[in-house]
Design a protein around this ligand. Structure first.
Ligand code: TYM
Length: 351
């Protein structure tokens, strides 16, 4: 059976972007593949080096994974830092990864730019790639952030996974994972690691939009609707969505904020609901207030049962401990098997 791996960083609660970009795929795949799902707590150190309580944050995601419907009996859930074998593979991959290619990844450049923000106020506008080697900035951007994609590749190929359910924003990291798997094989003259492919449950990459005008929904974008949000919070967030005064010509193209509202409706509402408001839009009869009210209702209907399960599961720490322990055991067994082979391929002694 083919292996599937995916993870989410424990930097907050799961939001609709995480659910429809990734978790929905996890739920579909768990019955058909050999799945392992994890909580990427090491990765969260790249942007949050002093987490207040990293174990608690990991358990938040663990409860939410379970509340969404991952069955840990068929798809182990583990915490990344419980599987130290990953770090050894990460080291080997860092030996064959180039700093040039790592520095060119968009997420590195974006995050480096954010981390350099304070320093940049005093510097002339320039390329971040150049600036990170600037003496005054040398502590601002970590090597951990630079090697984020090698750690992600290690997460995936340590289990020889072939499919990875992720949202659109992970495309470049996935490209890097394939590249490092391929390079390992080429470097050591083996056909050992398969090249992992992104998996999209709807056959195309999903990007859940924010409702604040442009871009994607995200924790750091400050526009997330969380699975755990209550009805009132959801209504407030949706009613705040950016709109305009409405189309003046029939069948007008939709400006981005409006298109995003419709995309969200397409994701959470029924087809009939979507078609109803789409026709209204095309006939210049759209009332965004009504549309938002409907959307808020549909999002709440989707989140409410998950929210209830989260609250029940999060209170059962014995159960969470058990899931994490069993997940770690299974993941370590799978990782150790790969790592033994890797050590043998590179030429280390195996006892
Ligand atoms: P993270 O924690 O940022 O996001 C977790 C998952 O949610 C998806 N996602 C979205 N999908 C669609 N629309 C959105 N608005 C949206 N926001 C988030 C992400 O695409 C992702 O699938 N690098 C990863 C964590 C990771 C990982 C891995 C993933 C570490 N190692 C190995 C897969 C395999 C990340 O930062 O995800």
């Amino acid at each position: 059976m083919e292996t599937v791996v995916s993870g989410i960083r424990p930097t907050g609660n799961l939001h609709l972007g995480n659910y429809f970009g990734a978790v929905k795929g996890f739920l579909q795949m768990q019955h058909e593949y050999n799945c392992l799902f994890f909580i990427a707590d090491w990765h969260s150190l790249t942007t949050h080096p002093h987490p207040a309580d990293i174990r608690k944050s990991a358990y938040t995601i663990l409860s939410e994974y379970l509340a969404c419907g991952i069955d840990p009996e068929i798809a182990p859930i583990y915490i990344q830092s419980d599987v130290p074998e990953t770090v050894e593979l990460y080291l080997y991959l860092n030996m064959i990864a180039g700093i040039g290619e790592l520095m060119r990844t968009t997420s590195f450049k974006d995050k480096a730019r954010q981390q350099l923000h304070i320093d940049r106020v005093h510097t002339t506008e320039g390329d971040v790639e150049h600036e990170i080697f600037n003496e005054s900035n040398k502590h601002s951007v970590s090597a951990g952030l630079l090697t984020y994609p090698t750690l992600m590749a290690a997460d995936i190929i340590i289990h020889k996974a072939v499919k990875v359910p992720v949202g659109k924003d992970q495309e470049q990291n996935m490209e890097m994972a394939r590249r490092f798997a391929r390079r390992f094989n080429q470097t050591y003259g083996v056909d050992f690691f398969p090249e992992p492919a992104s998996f999209y449950y709807s056959h195309k990459a999903v990007k859940v939009p924010g409702l604040d005008g442009s871009g994607k929904m995200g924790k750091s974008e400050g526009n997330a609707i969380y699975l755990i949000d209550d009805e009132k919070t959801i209504r407030k967030k949706v009613m705040k969505a950016v709109t305009d005064s409405g189309p003046t010509e029939p069948n007008s193209p939709k400006p981005e904020p409006i298109a995003n509202l419709f995309t969200m409706m397409e994701i959470v509402s029924t087809k009939d609901t979507y078609d109803y408001f789409n026709e209204k839009y095309n006939a210049c009869e759209i009332r965004y207030g009504d549309m938002k009210k409907q959307l808020a209702e549909d999002i709440n209907a989707f989140c409410a049962p998950i929210r209830e399960r989260i609250l029940a599961i999060a209170a059962d720490t014995d159960y969470l401990d058990k899931v994490a322990r069993q997940g770690a055991e299974k993941a370590r067994a799978s990782a150790a098997k790969t790592l033994n082979e890797v050590r043998r391929i590179i030429g280390f002694h195996s006892y």
